[in-house]
Design a binder for this molecule. Structure first.
Ligand SMILES: [Zn+2]
Length: 242
């Protein structure tokens, strides 16, 4: 139903755009009490509300604070808020110098990162098909601390819809055991928030408040965490060192 709504709302070729149509929740498709849900949860970047990423859609800057998608009050305040507070408690409760996350916690972190990916997928398609004017690609700047990397994404509507379905399905897969090695967790002393993300590929999130950085491969699996760690380091280096 969410997919059908995205189709009718944002892809003029498939059906005429209907602006009068009420927004629906991207999680449960309800059209009641629609709120703005942050794609990247507010607590992750709280002290960096002025921080932004550059989109290659129209080269505009977009702050994290304004990056939202529609979700109903029930999903936002109950379902999502409880996942968020659970994740915060996991991060608060672990001292990575002494101990590590349990498998159950790892699986929940993975599910949380998959929800973020789904929100980005929805954001991307809403943006892509509502703004048709393509500006020149703005090259990724290594000295911009935050960026969302979209350079290799050139979705056709049908491919974008297929990706949304994959992202939806991914969240609902109960066991995350197979993906355990795809999550790399770093201890960090860095004092600023960092983030980058590549649709359907990976996400990097550095949370100074918890002295934790996460790198997660959405589509890849690894035989061990060492291989995943190496692959993640390679990407992080290429982003920050150019
Ligand atoms: Zn909902």
């Amino acid at each position: 139903m969410v997919v059908e709504d995205v189709l009718s709302r944002h892809i003029p070729k498939i059906s005429a755009k209907d602006k009068s149509k009420k927004e629906i929740c991207i999680f449960c498709a309800s059209d009641e009490d629609i709120t703005k849900e942050h794609v990247l949860p507010k607590w992750t970047f709280e002290k960096s509300t002025e921080m932004f990423f550059i989109t290659d859609i129209n080269g505009s800057e977009q702050t994290y604070n304004k990056t939202t998608i529609p979700a109903c009050a029930d999903c936002n305040n109950n379902v999502l808020a409880s996942i968020e507070s659970y994740i915060i408690s996991i991060f608060k409760g672990v001292d990575l110098l002494k101990t590590f996350f349990s498998n159950k916690d790892l699986h929940n972190i993975i599910r949380w990162l998959e929800i973020i990916e789904y929100k980005f997928q929805i954001l991307e398609i809403r943006r892509k098909f509502t703004k048709s004017k393509y500006a020149d690609y703005i090259p990724y700047l290594a000295d911009v601390p935050i960026s969302i990397m979209r350079e290799n994404i050139n979705y056709s509507p049908s491919k974008a819809i297929a990706q949304i379905r994959i992202a939806q399905k991914r969240i609902t897969v109960k066991s995350k055991k197979e993906k355990e090695n795809s999550l790399v967790i770093f201890k960090t002393k860095n004092e600023s928030f960092h983030f980058f993300h590549h649709l359907n590929d990976f996400i990097f999130l550095e949370l100074p408040e918890f002295k934790i950085a996460l790198f997660y491969f959405y589509s890849k699996t690894f035989v061990n965490t060492k291989d995943a760690h190496e692959a993640a380091m390679k990407i992080i280096k290429s982003v920050y060192e150019g």
